[in-house]
Design a binder for this molecule. Structure first.
Ligand code: NAP
Length: 304
């Protein structure tokens, strides 16, 4: 298959491109951060230039996976107009163009669309109730996509892994700081379902192969606090977990509202794929193996 990946320089985009190119032809859309990536890179800005149609006309993909977003919660609060264009309007335009051309479209959404008030997990059937600009614009993006392209996959994700900047993911945050002997805080009152980004990427490709469509939770099957995640990372990497102080997110100084319970059920996905999702410990083990094998340096080497 020929796959177009928008946001190819992002944490998900770059790892997805590297996973996908093992079996498919990959074209990454990038604003200019990537150099010497091992897949074809097309320069383009989704907010400017000739727009979605010209990108699709020149690339003619079979599948399009939209990993581009304004994904920083604090930046979304500061630039709500930009967040709306990138997280809502652009996904709708991409979905509409894909529907017209028969391109199977995947839109990446977020676990943050729920308010986290439930005491247990959320399913795809639960009504979302976003708390901030990021989550509101992402939920509107899901709806814009589904309205024009019911065949599209909308994937609510949460992942960690190695990024181009070396500091995009929570996993990198703990590894970088603990390796440097620095004290950090870990939130005890934010529960989430982290998945190694390479597992997220492989699952998305499998979903496309199986021609799935609709809304799915594509994240880790095990829920834990961000503090617990830090402790697990420290143990896997042989770093000092005592450097991590348990703290409430309210004490962090972050301004964007965050859901406290991001425990999303993955039952629908595992049922439709016909197998269990990878265990958290398997992902963390692979995260450490990648570290030992120089994968973080390889990824950072693709940066301009
Ligand atoms: N990280 C997580 O755990 C997490 C959790 C929930 C949901 N998600 C969702 O997963 C998706 C990918 O997230 P990520 O963590 O990989 O984000 P990221 O690392 O911030 O990457 C975002 C990508 O979007 C690109 N982009 C931004 N503005 C653009 C524009 N105007 N035109 C073209 N490309 C543009 C960025 O390009 P530049 O590099 O040039 O800025 C970058 O490649 C997003 O939809 C996000 O909402 C992520």
């Amino acid at each position: 298959m020929k796959i177009l990946i928008t946001g190819a320089s992002g944490l998900l985009g770059i790892n997805l491109a590297l996973e996908a190119m093992q079996e498919h032809e990959v074209i990454g859309l990038d604003r200019g951060k990537l150099k010497s990536a091992p897949f074809r890179v097309l320069k383009g800005d989704l907010l400017h230039g000739n727009g979605v149609d010209s990108v699709l006309n020149s690339t003619q993909p079979d599948w399009l996976i939209n990993c581009a977003a304004l994904a920083n919660l604090e930046e979304c609060e500061q630039h709500p107009d930009q967040a709306r264009i990138l997280n809502t309007d652009v996904p709708g335009e991409l979905a509409s163009a894909c529907a017209k051309r028969g391109i199977h479209f995947v839109h990446i959404s977020t676990d943050e669309v729920i308010d986290g008030e439930n005491s247990d997990f959320y399913t795809e059937e639960d009504e979302p109730s976003p708390l901030g600009v990021y989550s509101m614009t992402k939920l509107d993006g899901e709806r814009a996509v589904q309205e024009v392209d019911p065949e599209a996959i909308v994937a609510r994700v949460n992942f960690y892994g190695w990024s181009l900047s070396g500091k995009r993911s929570l996993g990198e945050f703990f590894v970088n700081n603990l390796s440097a002997g620095k004290d950090v805080n870990g939130f005890t009152n934010v529960i989430f379902c982290p998945m190694l980004v390479n597992h997220t990427a492989r699952l998305i490709l499998e979903m496309l192969k199986k021609k799935l469509c609709g809304l799915y939770h594509v994240l880790g099957a095990q829920a834990m606090s961000k503090y617990q995640f830090g402790v697990e990372v420290a143990r896997a990497f042989g770093l000092r977990e005592s450097l991590i102080s348990p703290q409430s997110v309210e004490m962090s100084g972050l301004t964007a509202h965050r859901s406290h319970n991001l425990w999303l059920s993955t039952n629908k996905l595992s049922t439709d794929l016909g197998h269990e999702l990878p265990e958290f410990s398997t992902g963390l083990g692979e995260f450490y193996t990648q570290y030992q094998q120089g994968y973080p340096q390889k990824i950072r080497g693709y940066q301009q």
